[in-house]
Ligand binder design. Structure first.
Ligand code: 3PG
Length: 206
């Protein structure tokens, strides 16, 4: 919704994370996600293939491409120049939040503690990533925050898989879930990515 500031990202409740180890996987991921009806990807800027993958996937024009693991304003600028339509960060960096927001691009920064949730609220953000959720209580942590931070919506990441996706998307404080389990099938080809994408896309946000 426009209110959330998420733009087109709000249409997707599952955000596949792609950390590119093999550049041959980039096109497989693009084909698989679109064929599987989940045309969105967060490309992690980890290693040498990340930025090129953002550019190549964005050039397709048939899926929403964001950049993740953005740690600095310079990386954010590079990602936007490469065509990123949203930015995800593992932690909360005020300079990165300001730069990306000023560019008119949605940003979903990572938080973990109450202090960080409140810092994000102070930056005017209502949608944040909860990372690494699985290492710190996951759904229980979400419930504790939901009681206190009633206006905040979370995208848990870290340890989400197909078999626990539904319980995360059923949580009232959750707007999306992200993780690497879908694109991790890239070494098995386009059909494998498409099947994983289709399975994930079929799980509804409650
Ligand atoms: C991330 O990097 O955003 C998360 O760690 C993804 O975690 P996963 O590999 O457990 O899905």
């Amino acid at each position: 919704t426009g209110e959330s500031g998420l733009g087109a990202l709000a249409d997707h409740h599952v955000v596949p994370l792609a950390s590119i180890a093999d550049p041959a996987h980039v096109d497989i991921i693009g084909e698989g996600l679109t064929a599987g009806g989940l045309p969105v990807v967060e490309v992690a800027l980890r290693g040498i293939h990340g930025l090129g993958a953002v550019r190549r996937l964005a050039e397709r024009g048939d899926l929403l491409v964001g950049a993740g693991t953005v740690l600095s304003v310079d990386q954010a600028r590079d990602a936007l120049d490469a065509g990123a339509g949203f930015i995800v960060t593992p932690g909360l960096d005020a300079d990165v939040v300001r730069f990306v927001s000023d560019a008119g691009v949605p940003i979903v920064p990572g938080v973990l503690t109450p202090t960080e949730v409140q810092a994000a609220m102070g930056m005017g953000l209502s949608h944040v990533k909860l990372f690494p959720a699985g290492n710190f209580g996951g759904l229980k942590l979400l419930s504790a925050y939901a009681d206190v931070y009633r206006e905040v919506r979370f995208m848990p990441s870290g340890g989400i898989r197909q078999d626990n996706l539904a319980e995360h998307l059923a949580h009232p404080a959750v707007f999306a879930a992200s993780g690497s389990w879908i694109t991790a099938t890239a070494s098995d080809g386009v059909d494998a990515v498409a099947a994983a994408a289709r399975a994930a896309a079929s799980v509804e946000l409650v």
